[in-house]
Write a protein that binds this ligand. Structure first.
Ligand code: SER
Length: 882
């Protein structure tokens, strides 16, 4: 029996032999469609190739595409478990032609593959065509030899495929398998076509047109082919089963679930195992593609699926996280075909376990409440909306989970009542917002959030994607159009732009619609709504348009590197300085990083060097950076660092990077850095390149700041330092290693020369100052000396007193700015004159204050050197009067 894995490779192998490129499945979150929640068919990744907007290096391709139909327009969630062919996750096999072959070959290939390679009995097959498509009908007749009654013309949209309200579309032909008249059901197009007798196995779409929003339809430049065949369905057929859940792959998952719960796979818990097998696939693949459980958008769909599975696991008797336990079984089945699943296995397991454990805590209480409520209701009455809302609001029961639980008992929920309760809560939130002192300007963001939900941020995984313009806001009001030259805040439904938060600056980039281009200069968030602050540089933008959003990649890469380096720096500082180091602020800009932390006193050069070396060693480790969602308590138990100034809700994002030698704290002791953080980070630490610190400084009492550079900026900085060094070597005519010695030598020499000059000046002053005059019978030297400092006056006066033997010496040092004065009186004259009095008189004349010393020697300073003559005159007058 061919396994699903065999069938998948038979399909792609067949088309590879027909010259098709075997292309990887695209991620479950479409990057190129603003309105689509999850990739729901093979052609999604080729949408722009069909319309000619994008080109690929091949014009024939084949894929096995991961698809999710849950949430959004295509939602199979409610039926999973109850039917034979509904899945939230399935694989779509397809072949594609981009302007290469068309109807002839598409039908011929399909016929050959199913009747020859798959060996399906041709007499069991029939085809539908769009009612006007004579060409397709003729080809079927020729290729398969079908009589007219096995080519059924369908006039409805069933045979006209469109991706959505706009985009590529065209007539299609579907291949059906007839299980035989022992199964109830009629052929396609008949009143009882929904029976199980005739099963559609393959849809071949002839992409011919592009549908525009205004209702017009235009011929595609290249006629193309898009086909889709559900692997689970063809698998069931080829394995002789009637139920997709009986195929080998699904059965293996069901058996794993039964074994883990110790129950019979086909017993009373049968339906639960089916749900678990399906939900295990969708949740694991979604997590592997970067979707994490949250309360909005795609993350909420994931959460709903997990919670639905948790209830079924509980019903099946599981007492711990069942999905997490089954991940290895899934990886065994599908890890080869989808290596991204194997790579993400630890992350998938951990995310599922955390989410399951958290919900299991409230599940039982919620189920009890549900039982109580039902007990109070008349038989068969629907559950009142406010009860369903209470289950949602306080016990985390998504509405569809409550509906699912009631379905088993043949009951429904009053959905209108639920919606009304939800609306009431919104009204309360609005009132609280209005009363919170926010400005009128801010109210618009709150209103937009109420209307559309928070903007979905997909920028952890992608820097480009298509979004839809929901509103243009200017001066606190919505506008209908923004034209070239206008500045405007652009609101979209989903964005790759990071809004400033947690020290990481907002992204910049471009937003383009079919009619205009805006340059985004900053990104902020208010009330959950991301505002792209932009200037329209070309054409005009309008709400409702699809928009290509593109983050400035180079700038974002530099921000990422700086942000990851900041986490490493935080840990390295704690290792070097102690556990008192706690973050007090940070900046992660494209050109630099800055980290403020609690610590007393400056860091020594050695400490800085140790920190820098440790960060660089971690960068060279090139460990991958991982993010996980968990409760704050779980994060603390792991040993995660909480960031200053952040408010944490029920859930936190934990970013881990680097390996340590096992000496760390918490339950995750081997991880070097664990921080709660919503920012964007490098995938591998090596992408930081290199890290240099620019020294530390004081910010406030007990808070220091270290600044640093990474990557190219660090390299440029080191290069510039090198150039400076080269210039110095050149100047000092010595090698870089000798520059310091050379400078030290020059400084010594300078000091020696300065001393020598001072001595020479003193000598010169002494030589010229020998001329004593007789005043009042006393010898006096009264003089201004240039080029000596105040502190040199004392020794000069002593020398002159010695030379005079008996007399008075008054010297004013004219240093240019502030003059200094010193007076000496030989001891034989101190009974007539005091040096202190003389100095005071001189200081006075020089515009200074004070001055003092002993009767033999006194000193003081003045303010105005131009008064030196008057100061000496004042001294002379006192001598004359003594
Ligand atoms: N796009 C078509 C489908 O989803 C064929 O792949 O059925």
């Amino acid at each position: 029996m061919a396994s699903l894995n065999d069938i998948r490779s038979t399909f792609t192998g067949y088309f590879a032999r027909q010259g098709h490129a075997v292309v990887d499945s695209s991620p479950l979150v479409p990057r190129n469609d603003p309105t689509m929640m999850f990739t729901n068919s093979g052609m999604v990744q080729f949408k722009n190739v069909f319309t000619g907007v994008e080109t690929r290096p091949y014009d024939r391709a084949t894929t096995s595409q991961k698809c999710v139909r849950a949430g959004g327009k295509h939602n199979d969630l409610d039926n999973v478990g109850y039917t034979a062919r509904h899945h939230t996750f399935f694989e779509m096999l397809g072949n594609f032609s981009f302007g290469d072959y068309f109807k002839d070959d598409a039908i011929a290939f399909a016929w050959e593959l199913i009747t020859r390679d798959f060996g399906i009995d041709p007499s069991r097959l029939l085809a539908t065509v769009y009612h006007t498509d004579d060409e397709a009908a003729a080809i079927w007749k020729k290729v398969a030899g079908f009589p007219d009654d096995r080519i059924i013309r369908i006039p409805t949209d069933d045979n006209f495929w469109r991706m959505g309200p706009t985009g590529p579309c065209g007539p299609c032909t579907e291949i059906f398998y007839d299980h035989g008249d022992h199964i109830p059901g009629g052929p396609p197009g008949s009143p009882d076509e929904d029976g199980d007798r005739f099963i559609e196995i393959w849809n071949l779409v002839f992409m011919q047109y592009e549908q525009h929003a205004d209702g017009t339809r235009q011929d595609l430049e290249k006629q193309s082919i898009d086909t889709g065949m559900g692997l689970e369905r063809i698998g069931a057929l080829l394995q002789g089963k009637h139920d997709n859940y009986d195929t080998d792959l699904m059965r293996a998952l069901i058996l794993a679930s039964a074994e883990a719960t110790g129950t019979d796979p086909d017993g009373p818990a049968k339906m639960h195992h089916r749900v678990i097998a399906d939900h295990l696939r969708s949740t694991s693949f979604l997590i592997a593609d970067g979707v994490l459980p949250s309360n909005e958008g795609r993350g909420y769909v994931l959460r709903r699926i997990i919670r639905r599975a948790v209830r079924h696991a509980h019903q099946a008797g599981a007492r711990d996280a069942l999905l997490a336990k089954l991940v290895p079984a899934l990886v065994r089945q599908m890890g080869n075909a989808y290596p991204e699943l194997s790579r993400a296995q630890p992350m998938v397991t951990e995310t599922l376990r955390g989410e399951e454990d958290r919900f299991r805590k409230t599940l039982e209480r919620g189920l009890r409440l549900l039982d109580d409520e039902l007990g109070n209701l008349p038989d068969g009455a629907p559950l009142p909306g406010d009860a369903a809302f209470k289950l949602y609001d306080t016990h985390g029961f998504p509405l569809d989970l409550t509906q699912d639980a009631l379905r088993e008992r043949g009951r429904a929920v009053d959905v209108e009542g639920f919606d009304a309760a939800m609306e009431e809560q919104r009204t309360r939130a609005r009132a609280a917002w209005a009363g919170s002192g926010e400005t009128a300007d801010a109210a618009i963001w709150f209103d937009l959030a109420q209307e559309n939900g928070p903007t979905e941020f997909l920028g952890y995984d992608t820097e480009t994607l298509e979004g839809q313009v929901l509103a243009l806001v200017r001066d606190g009001a919505r506008i209908d159009r923004a034209a070239a030259g206008d500045t405007v805040a652009i609101v979209v439904n989903q964005t790759p732009f990071y809004a400033e938060a947690g020290g990481q600056v907002g992204d910049t980039g471009t937003i383009r619609t079919s009619t205009g281009t805006a340059r985004v200069t900053d990104t902020r968030r208010s009330a959950g709504v991301v505002m792209h602050l932009a200037e329209v540089v070309d054409g005009a933008l309008q709400p409702g348009q699809s928009a290509d959003l593109e983050v400035d990649h180079d700038r974002r890469s530099r921000i990422r590197a700086n942000h990851s380096a900041t986490h490493l720096l935080n840990e390295a500082l704690r290792n070097a300085l102690g556990d008192h180091v706690a973050q007090r602020g940070s900046l992660n800009a494209p050109d630099r990083l800055r980290f403020d932390f609690s610590h007393e006193g400056a860091l020594s050069a050695d400490q800085l060097a140790t920190v820098e070396a440790e960060v660089n060693a971690l960068i060279r480790q090139n460990d991958s950076v991982t993010t996980r969602i968990m409760s704050p308590d779980e994060a603390r138990a792991l040993g995660a660092q909480a960031l200053f100034g952040e408010k944490y809700g029920d859930e936190v994002r934990v970013v881990s990077m680097g390996k340590r030698d096992g000496s760390g704290k918490g339950t995750d002791a081997r991880t070097y850095s664990l921080e709660l953080c919503g920012g964007t980070h490098v995938g591998q630490l090596g992408q930081i390149g290199t890290f240099v610190t620019l020294g530390d400084s004081a910010i406030s009492a007990g808070v220091r700041r270290v600044e640093g550079l990474t990557g190219q900026a660090a390299h440029d900085y080191l290069r510039a330092q090198d150039h400076r060094m080269a210039a110095l070597s050149n100047l000092f005519k010595t090698g870089p290693d000798e520059v310091a010695d050379r400078v030290r030598g020059l400084l010594d020499e300078r000091r020696r020369l300065q001393a020598e000059i001072a001595q020479l000046k003193r000598d010169a002053a002494m030589a010229s100052g020998g001329d004593a005059q007789d005043i009042n019978g006393m010898q006096a030297v009264l003089q201004t000396v240039a080029g000596v400092s105040g502190k040199e006056l004392g020794p000069m006066i002593d020398a002159m007193k010695d030379r005079l033997g008996s007399g008075v010496v008054a010297l004013i040092a004219d240093t240019g700015a502030k003059p200094a004065v010193a007076v000496g009186v030989t001891s034989d004259l101190t009974d007539r004159l005091s040096a202190v009095d003389l100095v005071k008189a001189a200081v006075d004349a020089l515009g200074g204050r004070g001055g003092g010393g002993r009767p033999e020697m006194a000193q003081g300073g003045g303010a105005d050197a131009s008064k030196a003559g008057e100061a000496l005159d004042a001294v002379r007058a006192l001598i004359a009067a003594a």
